[in-house]
Write a protein that binds this ligand. Sequence first.
Ligand code: ZN
Length: 883
Amino acid sequence: MSRRTLLKTTAAAGAAAGVATVVDPDGAAAAPATTAKTGAAAQAAAKAGAIPTPEQYFGFQIGSDGHLATWDKMVPYFQLVASKSNRFVYEEVGKTTLGNPYVLLTISSPKNLANLDNLIAANSKLADPRGLSPTDAQTLAQTGVAFYYVQAGIHSTEVGNSQATIEWVYRLATEQSDYMSSLLDNLVILMVPCQNPDGLVLVNDYFVSTAGTNYSRTYPDLYHHYCGHDDNRDWFMLTQVESHMNVQIQNKYHPQVFQDSHQAGSSAPRMFTPPYLSPYDINIDPITVQQTDVVGLAMQRGMTAAGMKGVGWGAEYDYWTPSRQYCVYHGAVRILTEAASCSNLAYPLVSNNPIGQQTTDINFIEPYDQKTWTLRQIVDYVSVAFYSGLETVAHDTYNWLYNFYRIGTKAVTRTSPYAYVIPAGQRDPQAVRDTLEIFNLGAVEIKQAQAAFSAGGKQYPAGSYIIYLDQPYGGFAKTLLEVQDYPLLLQYPGGPPQTPYDVTAQTLPMLLGFQADAIPSSFSVSTKAVSTVKAEPVTMPDAPASGGAYAVGPESYGVYQIVSKLQKQGIPTFRAAEQFTDGGRTFPAGTFVLPPTAAARQVLQNQSKNTGIPVSAIGAVPAVSGVQLKAGTKIGLLKPPDNLPSGWLMYIFDQYGVKYSIVEAKDYKNLSGKFDAIVMPQGVSKNSITNGLNANNYPADDWSWAFGVGDAGWTALHDFVTNGGTLVAYGSGSTTAQSLFSLPISSILPNDSTKFYCPGSLLSQELDPNNPVAWGMDPNHPVWFNEDRAYQLTSTTTYPVEVVAKYPDSGDQLQSGWLIGGQYLNGAVNGLSWTVGKGYVVTFGSEIGFRTWNRGEEKMIFNAMYYGPSAKLTAAQFQRLGQ
Ligand SMILES: [Zn+2]
């Protein structure tokens, strides 16, 4: 279908008054804009004819086979359009992880844009209706306009949507029609043409640079520097700067609709939109759930009316995890659109038969009857869906705005539970602080008690944090603090589970390791608002007396920010391997002990202030066994291309200042010289090491680091350990370590999902805090389990081995989320530490580093990687602090 035909069809399908008139461009030469919108430019704004068409500007029709526009041309085009159109505001919200511009286009009628501040203010009142009467809300709903946020390109290899935004921009800027007026008069469109510009640059530039070669055209590594495809699993932890900018836009404008534009596999329906499958999170307002279906079905109607076959809804995607949806806890529907992909990013998919499902169903009415599928078709489908979404909201703004008020009203009058209390003085101040920072980013109001108080039958000290739930975004806090009870959804009675689209639990107190109590009924205490989250105030002790030392407890995962600094400065750092007492206080095994030098004091003073982790002075160094960390411990990270877990671990390492490097193919010649400890995350396999990236498909200049190292490399990794190195493996990495050393463990979980199934839940666990790997852990800290492994030890004599973590011998194991067949876990082992030759190996069957979510457990990766290379000291040596 040609673009011209599409434009007419769309307008007709929208049932808007009038027929679309496409303004022909005047053929002005393409020229990048170099300045921001000026007064003079605004004067000339109405001259839409001066805006080059995408084809004129980019030199090809958008969606043409084998052509992708690149970000370095897209950004100037958006700037150019904004400089020439009075319907557009171009804004660079900030810089991405790799320093690219993150762009927001605000699009509406000139009149609305001139009145934008007032429109935002009206929308904010509806979002937070405290003090707003129903009559006032009706007036605002009658006079306001709805805000429709659309983003594309969060997943960079799903290229079609961000390409389509170029045509959306041109049309929205230039079309003179009643239809276009009906959209622009009634909506403010917030368009983020690419949610992950770094990835667009990596993927599209790579595609362009490999044209005419025999190399693969698809960028093979993570297309978000840290989280790759998981960049849309960050919507409650809010770790990445791109997430922050997106959330900042939502918090400022309070959109009613959030359209998140994706592509699915090539055999999926040509286009998926909501309605979703069950379940939905009960913390999403029912009005939001219903309105999601309204927009999704309007898109389906639009595409079918335009003659587009193969579209469907009610499959694959559910409405459960907040990791994929911030907006729904903030009053907006989430409209996921998933167009089927073509071939090699931008080439036609050609089949011998009509593509995809060929049977009709109520949610898949017209099967797709063609044998080809092109990028141009993706652009056409997603464009019709987008305009259909705009139409359905633009033609019904009163209901959208008044329902937005209703959603807000229900939120601010919530009575159960009344509040969550996060007690002051917890064992891990970093866990509390990380949580409060998430709430702060998520526009959740945080209060701090000014006096001790009683609530829910318990006493709480002054300084405790209180999250009252009768606030606009109380539902966001609630879903993150409560236990998830995922419904038992089977494909048919007695059959296998209906798999959730992602994971099933997000309980922050369990993931991070802190206490938060739900208080069912009201209580009173004087509070103050917490507007910026800071580290807990700590007081540095006086310098210890002669023979004494500084001591830092091992409980907080934030302690590794301190350790990184100590490592960096080469400050001698010891850990007591046993519990000890000093001056009537008990210090657990794993406590960090430092000689009282001026340099140590300086680091501890700065870092305790930054982290809120207290430092103590002890009067005498205890006579207990211990270790001295190796100064400048050399950490290696096994990171196969496009491996998400290693990307997330890089993020935490960078946050904490850990010095590490990626293990590259050339390093296998001298692993022992390069590394003291190597981390093997989930997803690292023998194949990813020995075969690696296929050297025939990727240019060596850029990718030789990821090429396979063959059996010789595999043997070198084995010898690295037996000669004294440390290997820390988790998730499927534990299976890789098992095969590397023939570890005597066997998986004990049934492969049959009707018997055992656990798709991302929190389970019971028993940890040994006297084992160096679990130093500082709560012995009952829950384990994150995401279709992972659980083992039984088949021999305790092959290698010296210790159990770090196991599942309880009885009980159903589930703490939050969904679990079928928990009894199969009873008594199984999870974390093990092994002596292999002169080396040290730690294996966890579960993913103790999952997207940085389970930071409470993730600490054990740090414990293990620094412990392995450390010098082991007798009690006498320790008492002399190693001298
Ligand atoms: Zn996607």
